[in-house]
Design a protein around this ligand. Structure first.
Ligand code: AMP
Ligand code: MN
Ligand code: MN
Ligand code: MN
Length: 278
């Protein structure tokens, strides 16, 4: 089975490495098909593609789009997109636009807890000022001693229900899938095990995703436990979805799973790359 890693991040979103450094790490780890999938942003693609080419690392373009569906935040990965497609670029720009006001609100909530200057503190860690993320706030909170680790400060400050969390409306599911499809890409549900949906809501979600033109789901991801590999392999079979694999690597100090080191997809599943020529 091909060592494909089709989900990871650079400092163009909330990763810690430059796109070319992520490419080098993928190559060093034996990855045979690679995609960089920064959040809501295609700005790292040119560097990623050039680096992959110089390393003879088979590469496809990618993005991870933030979506709000039934009040929940869901991530949709788009692969093999034409990153110059106008509607995709406009949609992503609109998705990113909400980030700065949201970050200002987050900083205000943190200030009310006695944490000053969180906006500037987070911005220091952002490789891309248009893509200020909760991860950047988490790095600042660790820096000032509000927790031992990124996971720690997420748990205590930044997840839903915690004082630094600001509810946010991302893009619509149908729009995100359409931008990906109209840019020639394949739309994939990222880390399905992370969403706390009832069985009924999950079924409704997958049906709407498929009706919108989505065709794939991540089965083997850094966000899943081995039990969840089985659960979502069954989901892929039941709904006739293509299966994807990706570490969701953000950086060596922050990610549990390194690029290209996850187990292979179950061999009966149809990989998303089954008919790609790269
Ligand atoms: P945002 O798009 O700004 O809401 O940030 C989402 C990002 O935060 C995700 O892509 C992850 O990188 C990170 N993240 C979300 N939840 C957690 C968590 N519980 N622990 C660590 N990182 C998390
Ligand atoms: Mn992230
Ligand atoms: Mn994600
Ligand atoms: Mn991701």
């Amino acid at each position: 089975m091909l060592n494909a890693d089709l989900h990871c991040h650079s400092h163009v979103s909330d990763g810690t490495l430059a796109p070319a450094e992520v490419a080098a790490r993928a190559k060093a780890n034996g990855v045979e098909l690679w995609a960089l999938t920064d959040h809501d942003e295609t700005g790292g693609i040119a560097e990623a593609r050039a680096a992959a080419q110089s390393l003879a690392l088979p590469y496809v373009t990618g993005v991870e789009i933030s979506v709000t569906w039934a009040g929940k935040t869901i991530h949709i990965v788009g692969l093999r997109i034409d990153e110059t497609e106008a509607a995709l670029l406009k949609g992503l720009a609109n998705t990113r636009n909400g980030r700065e006001p949201r970050a200002r609100d987050m900083a205000e909530r943190l200030a009310a807890l006695g944490i000053a200057d969180a906006f500037d503190g987070a911005m220091k860690y952002a490789g891309n000022p248009d893509l200020l993320s909760r991860t950047h706030f988490a790095r600042y909170l660790v820096e000032i001693g509000r927790g031992e680790s990124i996971q720690d400060v997420f748990k205590n400050y930044l997840i839903e229900g915690k004082p630094g969390y600001v509810p946010h409306r991302w893009s619509h599911l149908k729009d995100a899938v359409r931008w990906i499809r109209d840019a020639g890409g394949t739309a994939i549900v990222a880390h399905p095990g992370r969403y706390k949906l009832s069985d009924m809501a999950f079924d409704e979600f997958i049906n709407e995703f498929k009706q919108s033109g989505g065709t794939g789901i991540e089965v083997i991801t850094g966000s899943h436990t081995p039990d969840q590999y089985d659960t979502y392999a069954k989901v892929a079979r039941r709904y006739g979805l293509l299966a994807s694999r990706g570490s969701d690597f953000h950086g060596s100090d922050e990610s549990r799973v390194d690029i290209g080191t996850l187990p292979p997809l179950p061999s009966d599943l149809q990989p998303v790359w089954h008919d790609w020529v790269v």
